[in-house]
Design a protein around this ligand. Structure first.
Ligand code: NAP
Ligand code: ZN
Length: 350
């Protein structure tokens, strides 16, 4: 076991502060990784604030990890020292249940081990995430990062990337479909890039008129301001697919009205009770309201490879770990362009 530097919250909604955590010695199936960059996901904030219940403290967040391999166990043949790798929201799962066998580890019937705030099956207690110097991960949960894309800007692909890619692929979004991405934050900006890359007619649906130009630069063909009731009416019944990244409970009815007959809106943001859904908004038009959770490891690798082939990365603001509390406040204020990434040098040299 070794002690490494980390940043975490010692109690509910506390500021993050410098601390030491334990990392296990690598087993025969493990990859040991020196963390170079870690993205800041809104989920990190939800967990620190215990928004979903069940947070265990200290919470050391971080599940958009890019790093260099420093050591591998005897059973590891796919990775070697010096490789550039990524780790997302999961670090282990049973590998034997139907979900795991179907490359849906996120739905492991025995419970996937989440990168932080999961049950640590090696050391006991709970897992600690990427706001730290190093991490030890089961080989099945280590991803190859394309060499041609910017390393720091690749970090958010490990959560924001796969969480938006997976529903677009699962619901078969294709060229010419009219796709709306709701909420221009970390997830939303990748949703727009991917929908555009898949040649969909991409509409950014936002509460922030000020983000219009950025949305178009990211690949949106047009922008719909959700607070503008007349504009919402004009788009009624026209969307083939909606990807909803709003991070809190909200009224989904105005968005359901935007869907065509048989079309689907997928929720990824509001992991909590929703305000009343009007049954008529589903029944009239045979519409569907669905959800999606990150993506499996195979699909995450496919997404990373697609990003390498099509030169897709995230738009990031790089920060030092010491600025993390300000960054959290800015994410809460929807004021980030469009993902913070922590340069982990700032932790190592502190
Ligand atoms: P983010 O960067 O904060 O972006 C969320 C965006 O939603 C904001 O920029 C804002 O965009 C819009 N928004 C915020 N509050 C709103 C409100 N009250 N009503 C309407 N729109 C609002 O967050 P993120 O990192 O993209 O994460 C989004 C959510 O997904 C979080 O809840 C996170 O925990 C969750 N998440 C889920 C998964 C999964 O697997 N399902 C994975 C990762 C994250 P505009 O200014 O454009 O309106
Ligand atoms: Zn995340």
């Amino acid at each position: 076991m070794s002690e490494v530097k980390a940043y975490g919250a010692k109690k509910e909604s506390a500021d993050l502060e410098s601390m030491k955590i334990e990392r296990r010695d690598f087993t025969k199936d493990d990859v040991e990784i020196d963390i170079l960059y870690c993205g800041v996901c809104h989920s990190d904030i939800h967990q620190v604030q215990n928004d979903w219940g069940g947070s265990e403290y200290p919470v050391v967040p971080g599940h958009e990890i890019i790093g260099k391999v420093t050591a591998v166990g005897n059973n590891v043949s796919d990775f070697k020292e010096g490789d550039l790798v990524g780790v997302g929201c999961m670090v282990d799962s049973c590998q034997t249940c139907d979900s795991c066998k179907n490359d849906l580890e996120q739905f492991c019937e025995n419970g996937a081990t989440m990168t932080y705030n999961g049950e640590d099956k090696h050391l006991g207690g709970h897992t600690f995430g990427g706001y730290s110097e190093k991490v030890v991960v089961n080989k099945e949960f280590v991803l190859r990062v394309p060499k041609n894309i910017d390393t720091a800007a690749a970090a958010p692909l490990l959560c924001a990337g796969i969480t938006t890619w997976s529903p677009l692929k699962t619901w078969g979004v294709k060229e010419g479909d009219k796709v709306g991405v709701i909420g221009l934050g970390g997830l939303g900006h990748m949703g727009v890039k991917f929908a555009h890359a898949l040649k969909a007619e991409t509409v950014m649906i936002t509460t922030s008129e000020s983000k219009t130009d950025d949305a178009k630069k990211l690949g949106a063909d047009s922008v719909l301001i959700s607070k503008d009731e007349d504009a919402m009416k004009e788009h009624k019944g026209t969307f083939d697919f909606l990807l909803n990244t709003i991070p809190v409970s909200h009224d989904v009815n105005p968005y359901l009205e935007l869907l065509k007959v048989d079309a689907t809106m997928v929720l990824v943001g509001a992991i909590e009770p929703l305000e009343d859904v009007h049954g008529g908004n589903l029944i009239r038009g045979r519409k569907r309201l669905a959800g999606s959770l990150i993506g499996g490891i195979k699909e995450t690798q496919e997404m990373l490879d697609f990003c390498g082939e099509n030169n897709v990365t995230c738009d990031i603001e790089m920060i030092d770990i010491q600025d993390i509390n300000t960054a959290f406040e800015r994410v809460k204020d929807s004021d980030v362009k469009y993902r913070f990434v922590i340069d982990m040098k700032s932790l190592k040299e502190s």
